[in-house]
Design a protein around this ligand. Structure first.
Ligand SMILES: Nc1ncnc2c1ncn2[C@@H]1O[C@H](COP(=O)(O)OP(=O)(O)OP(=O)(O)O)[C@@H](O)[C@H]1O
Ligand SMILES: [Mg+2]
Length: 299
C-alpha cells in the first residue's frame, strides 16, 4: 500500500480540498492509483468530483461506525484510477458518537487496514482539530498543510504543529510533516509575497516551491464536478497543480529513501549487535523510537 497523506489545517477555506482533489487527479492522470478519502462532513471533495451525495447508500460515516468496509463505499470518478470514499453530512455526528469509544483515535487507521490496490491515499480533513482530523493524523504517514497567502496565515499553524507532535508521540510515531503548500497566491499583491516569506522563515525547507495562484478556473471547477485536469488543463491553476504534483512525487521519493536508510540502519544494528556503539544506546527498538520522534536532518 502506498503512503497516506492527511491534508490538514484547522483554518477553514485555505485550499485543503482543492489541493487534495487536484493533486489526486494529477497523480491518477499520470498513471497512479489514488484513493481520496473525504473525511469532511461538508463533503466538498466528493461534490468536487461530481458525486451526488444524496444517492449514496453508504459513506465514510458507515465505515467509521463499523457497518461497512472501505471497499464497499469506493466510488469511481470521471478520472480513471481516481477513486473516492465519499462523505455525507452525518459524518459530523462522529465527533459526538465516538467521544467515549475505546481507542477512538485509531478507528480510521484500523478501517483502512491494507488497501494494496492504491499507490497513494489522500485524506481531506475538515477545518478543525477534532476527532476526525486526529483520526486522519493517526492513520497517515505524512501531513500536508495548505496555507492561504493572506494576512494571519501563520495563525493557528503553531497549534497544528503542536497537534502533529502530540500525535507522533502518543498515537502514530510514523507521522511526518510532508510540507506546506502556499495557495491562492496573488503575485501582484505585496502582502502575499510577504506572507510567503514569513511562512518560509518559520518553516525552512518545508514550503513547496510551487505556489498555487489565485485563479478563477480553480474556483469554478468544483461546481462542474470536475478536477482541473479535465475542466481546464490549460488554466494557470491546472499548470500549477501539475507542477506541484511533480514536486510532490519528488519529495515522496526523497522522504521514502530517507526513512528506508534509517530503518535499515536500525535493522543492521539489530542483526549485528557487535557493531552497535559500546554504550548499547542503539538497540533497534530505541532506534525505532528515535525514528518515531524525528528523522535526522542530515539523512
Ligand atoms: N487557487 C485558487 N484560486 C481561486 N479560488 C480557490 C483557489 N483554491 C481554492 N479556491 C476556492 O476557495 C474556496 C476554499 O477552498 P477549499 O474548499 O479547497 O478550502 P478548504 O481548506 O478545503 O476549506 P474547508 O476548511 O471549508 O474544508 C473554495 O471555494 C475554492 O474553490
Ligand atoms: Mg475542505
Amino acid at each position: 500500500m502506498g503512503p497516506l497523506y492527511a491534508f490538514a489545517n484547522q483554518k477553514g477555506g485555505v485550499g485543503k480540498t482543492t489541493s487534495a482533489v487536484n493533486i489526486g487527479a494529477f497523480l491518477a492522470w499520470q498513471g497512479r492509483r489514488v484513493l481520496l478519502i473525504d473525511l469532511d462532513p461538508q463533503g466538498n471533495a466528493s461534490a468536487s468530483l461530481g458525486i451526488d451525495r444524496t444517492q449514496l447508500a453508504a459513506s465514510v460515516y458507515d465505515v467509521l461506525c463499523g457497518r461497512v468496509a472501505f471497499g464497499d463505499i469506493f466510488t469511481p470518478t470521471s478520472v480513471e484510477r481516481l477513486t473516492v470514499a465519499p462523505s455525507r453530512p452525518e459524518l459530523a455526528g462522529v465527533e459526538i458518537e465516538l467521544a467515549d469509544a475505546p481507542e477512538r483515535e485509531y478507528i480510521l487507521r484500523k478501517a483502512v487496514g491494507a488497501l494494496d490496490e492504491f499507490d497513494h491515499i489522500l485524506i481531506d480533513c475538515p477545518p478543525s482539530l477534532g476527532v476526525l482530523t486526529v483520526n486522519a493524523l493517526t492513520a497517515a504517514d505524512y501531513v500536508l498543510v495548505p496555507v492561504q497567502c493572506e494576512y494571519l496565515a501563520l495563525e493557528g499553524l503553531a497549534q497544528l504543529m503542536q497537534t502533529i507532535v502530540l500525535v507522533r508521540e502518543r498515537l502514530n510515531p510514523n507521522l511526518e510533516l510532508f510540507g506546506l503548500v502556499m495557495t491562492m497566491f496573488d503575485p501582484r499583491a505585496r502582502l502575499a509575497s510577504q506572507v510567503a516569506q514569513e511562512v518560509r522563515a518559520h518553516f525552512p525547507n518545508q514550503v513547496f516551491e510551487t505556489f498555487i495562484p489565485r485563479n478563477v478556473r480553480v474556483a469554478e471547477a468544483p461546481s462542474y464536478g470536475e478536477p482541473l485536469v479535465q475542466f481546464d488543463i490549460y488554466s494557470r491553476g491546472a499548470e500549477a497543480y501539475e507542477q506541484l504534483t511533480h514536486e510532490f512525487l519528488r519529495r515522496e521519493t526523497q522522504l521514502a529513501a530517507r526513512r528506508a536508510t534509517f530503518v535499515n540502519r536500525a535493522l543492521q544494528v539489530e542483526s549485528y549487535p557487535e557493531r552497535a556503539p559500546a554504550d548499547g544506546q542503539y538497540a533497534a527498538t530505541e532506534l525505532s523510537a528515535a525514528l518515531a520522534k524525528r528523522l535526522p536532518e542530515d539523512e
